[in-house]
Write a protein that binds this ligand. Structure first.
Ligand SMILES: Cc1cc2nc3c(=O)[nH]c(=O)nc-3n(C[C@H](O)[C@H](O)[C@H](O)COP(=O)(O)OP(=O)(O)OC[C@H]3O[C@@H](n4cnc5c(N)ncnc54)[C@H](O)[C@@H]3O)c2cc1C
Length: 451
């Protein structure tokens, strides 16, 4: 992890080759020998805990057995029939807290099976070797469903609906479909053009029309869609960025970490980006880690991640924390930003040292500065509810039942925009599929009642 990092001593001086190397696949694909070795180590547990640990309940022992018996296409179909985004999830899932954590080999002296890497091998094989879509659509139902948002939740919902014979129109605010797979996941997790390739693969089943550049609120309302379509699925994620609310936030050089990551994901030649020299990332979750590591890999000299709580409260996994450390990111805990200093552009950030008293964060009255020519805010995102006033909201997110139904009949939701929201691609995929199955059932009941 991070062992091949090409570091810049002065900041901004990395060659194109060095930057390209820094943004290669973090986990390169396994070769055939490694695949064989891992697949044959699986115990194929009858009551496999890895399956229950996966929000999409992929039959992991089955697909590994198919790989072990050289039925790679069959393995891919097992994966994709449970999770149509099995390719992205193989790259981006924190398997160390999901399936691989539950692998029974973990309890002995062994490492867990590399489930994610085996999954990637099978899905990549199928996508690279087959031109025909592995799933056929069911008989046409004559129903059309509107999906708002083409992220993992929306695309998974659209695919399942199409598979069940419905037509789907997906409305996406951005220019490209894929959601955070396309714009947010770290570039070294989604190397190449994988998000776009997978989106094409998903929609190639047929019956799905993606209308990009069409936004709820600007181009249509929820009631427009409810009137025109047989059902609606909302998968709009969380797009409103939290603010710091301190002086200097508007200075040049201060921006949202997610915008910085999006720029990286949408730039084909990363050596054209100016990485800056001294970077301060404010926040303690995965977005903060991803922004900090990518800044370092672009060639920034000093990258400090400042978080107002301690190590135990950080949102990311131990693996992500180690990734930051091995990439040379400094993590500064108990640091509360109080002012961003500069004239036209940022020069430093002033922090107050914080401590915990009776469970409450309290300022200590001790202040310090960290030099910065770039500040990335990674304070989390919230749901834009302006157009969703007809729906019940719980803790800032849409309230839904276990089948994804919102408080209004015919309107379903899933992914990051629903409560409680797991902030995981695989959970968004699971939500989208669950809602699609519920929509299908609801439409079937309506049809029975009509006849
Ligand atoms: C920086 C970052 C890194 C992450 N890394 C990982 C990771 O490594 N592994 C992991 O499992 N999870 C990761 N996550 C979480 C994961 O990306 C999300 O949980 C997942 O993308 C949620 O899917 P979604 O479909 O609900 O939302 P999104 O992916 O956000 O998709 C929502 C879609 O709706 C569109 N939309 C929004 N508003 C409107 C509107 N008004 N009208 C029309 N369309 C609209 C958006 O443009 C977007 O395309 C990460 C998240 C972030 C922010």
């Amino acid at each position: 992890m991070g062992e091949h990092l090409q570091a810049s001593l002065t900041g901004g001086a990395l060659s194109k080759d060095a930057i390209d190397a820094n943004f290669e696949d973090l986990h390169p694909p396994l070769n055939a020998q490694q695949v064989n070795s891992w697949a044959n180590r699986c115990l194929f547990c009858y009551d496999a805990p890895c399956i229950t640990a996966c929000p999409t309940a992929i039959d992991i022992p089955r697909f590994i057995r198919q790989i072990a018996t050289d039925n790679i296409t069959g393995a891919a179909k097992t994966i994709l029939s449970a999770n149509i985004m099995g390719g992205t999830c193989a790259r981006a899932c924190p398997t160390e807290i999901l399936c691989e954590q539950q692998c029974v080999l973990n309890t002995g002296e062994h490492e867990p099976i590399e489930i994610g890497a085996l999954q990637r091998y099978a899905v990549d094989y199928l996508m690279d070797t087959t031109n025909t879509h592995p799933f056929v659509r069911g008989p046409k139902t004559g129903k059309t469903i509107a999906v708002i948002g083409a992220g993992p939740a929306g695309l998974a919902c659209a695919h399942e609906l199409a598979r069940l014979g419905h037509d789907v129109v997906v409305f996406e605010a951005k220019a490209k479909a894929g959601g955070l797979n396309e714009y947010g996941l770290a570039a070294y997790k989604m190397a190449g053009d994988y998000a776009a390739k997978e989106t094409k693969f998903i929609t190639d089943i047929g019956g799905i029309t993606v209308k990009a550049g069409k936004s709820l609120g600007d181009d249509f309302s929820l009631s427009d869609l409810r009137d025109k379509y047989d059902a609606v699925f909302i998968g709009i994620g969380l797009t409103k960025m939290r603010k710091l609310g301190i002086a200097g936030e508007a200075l040049a050089g201060v921006s949202n970490a997610l915008d910085f990551i999006e720029t990286i994901r949408q730039t084909s030649d990363l050596s054209t980006l100016d990485p800056g020299r001294d970077i301060v990332v404010i926040g303690g979750g995965n977005t903060a880690i991803d922004a900090a590591v990518q800044a370092k890999r672009l060639g920034a000299k000093n990258v400090t991640l400042a978080y107002r709580r301690g190590l135990a409260q950080m949102g990311e996994t131990k693996w992500e924390q180690d990734l930051a450390a091995t990439n040379g990111v400094m993590i500064k805990h108990w640091a509360n930003p109080v002012e961003i200093i500069g004239e036209n552009s940022v020069k430093s950030v002033r922090f107050e040292q914080i401590n915990l008293q009776d469970g409450k964060l309290c300022g200590t009255g001790d202040y310090f500065h960290i030099c910065a020519d770039r500040v990335y805010k990674a304070l989390g995102q919230t749901l834009v509810t302006d157009e969703l006033t007809a729906l019940k909201v719980e803790n800032g997110k849409l309230k839904v039942g276990s089948d994804g139904l919102t408080s209004v009949a015919g309107i379903y939701a899933g992914g990051d925009c629903i409560a409680p929201g797991e902030d995981l691609t695989v959970q968004a995929v699971a939500d989208g599929k669950t809602a699609a199955i519920a929509i299908d059932k609801m439409l079937a009941i309506d049809k029975m009642l009509e006849s």
